[in-house]
Design a protein around this ligand. Structure first.
Ligand code: PSU
Ligand code: MN
Length: 291
């Protein structure tokens, strides 16, 4: 079905997702970020595997030209959750993979660590719109390093849903669920670790016990926080409601609208937090490989 890129001899792999590139960031910053995420993993001593479906082929790791195609022709790539992947494989179409699809495919390829920007969750004002990311994480044995869940969401409900579904949420050097653009949400986490060797030990124990996904909640660096973002989020949400946007296009719409109203500041914060997540994911992959 897919081409599984075997990591360079002896190197642990870190999965990276492609929806962030195709639908979460504008061209050409999306290509810069995609390359920077891969470079960060390589510099840390692991092998990056950006995951996408290209002309029906599941790619666990993209060639440089494929990465550029994903960024440049992002809109020609559907936004695929875990359940959508088969359709694109059978029809030989292109799809960017969300957190749910990337986690599923990475785990099948034997990859244990995955970096994204921020996972999906429960949308504000629409408790019926719950990202499949949460359900997929619950059943997939992989550690996802994420700056919490995206601030455009209902974070208290998202955290409740993670608990209901049984996703192990661990704050990395924080006791609060990070809010993507900012370090804290005021929502306390039950578990915190300050050391990646300890996190690796917890992950191994979790998987030995038959556990699924682990959300490693890694806040944006303090100097890069996007202050006073809430009024902009509320404005973007109001615009989405006025335009009648719901379902899959909602998150891409909100991120694009936020980029406009913040004059690009949200893009810079998104880039910083994603790269920061790739860095910690790489260190975790090395820590797991050492166990
Ligand atoms: N992180 C980012 N930007 C993004 C995403 C994550 O910094 O665009 C993507 C991920 O692919 C995640 C998706 O799975 O947003 C959530 O979409 P939805 O809310 O429709 O489930
Ligand atoms: Mn949704």
């Amino acid at each position: 079905m897919g081409r599984l890129v075997t990591a360079r001899a002896g190197l642990p792999a870190v999965a990276l997702e492609s929806t962030l590139v195709a639908h979460g960031l504008p061209w050409p910053q999306n290509l810069e970020v995609a390359r920077e995420l891969e470079a960060t993993v390589r510099a840390g001593g692991a092998e990056p595997a950006t995951i996408a479906v290209v002309d029906g082929i599941v790619r666990i790791g993209l060639e440089a030209a494929e990465l550029e195609r994903l960024a440049r022709d992002g809109k020609a790539f559907a936004k695929a959750g875990a359940v959508d992947v088969a359709v694109h494989v059978a029809r030989k179409t292109c799809a960017a993979t969300t957190v749910s699809a990337t986690a599923m495919l990475a785990a099948r390829a034997g990859i244990r660590v995955f970096a994204t920007g921020g996972i999906g969750g429960v949308h504000r004002g629409d408790e019926g719109d719950v990202s499949h990311d949460l359900v997929a994480l619950a059943k997939t044995p992989i550690a996802v390093v994420s700056a919490g869940a995206k601030a455009i969401l209902d974070l208290p409900r998202t955290l409740e849903m993670l608990e209901t579904l049984g996703v192990l949420v661990i704050g990395y050097r924080t006791s609060e669920l990070p809010a993507f653009y900012t370090r804290g949400s005021g929502l306390e986490l039950e578990h915190r670790v300050d050391d990646l060797a300890e996190l690796a030990a917890i992950a191994n124990a979790h998987w030995e016990l038959g556990g699924g996904g682990i959300l490693v909640a890694n806040p944006i660096p303090a100097t890069e926080e996007l202050a006073d973002v809430e009024p902009w989020i509320e404005r973007a949400l109001a615009d989405a409601a006025a335009a009648g946007i719901t379902g899959k296009p909602l998150t891409p719409y909100l991120l694009a609208r936020l980029a406009e109203v913040t004059g690009g500041a949200s893009i810079r914060a998104n880039r910083t937090l994603a790269v920061n997540n790739a860095e910690i994911a790489t260190k975790l992959a090395l820590a797991l490989a050492a166990t």
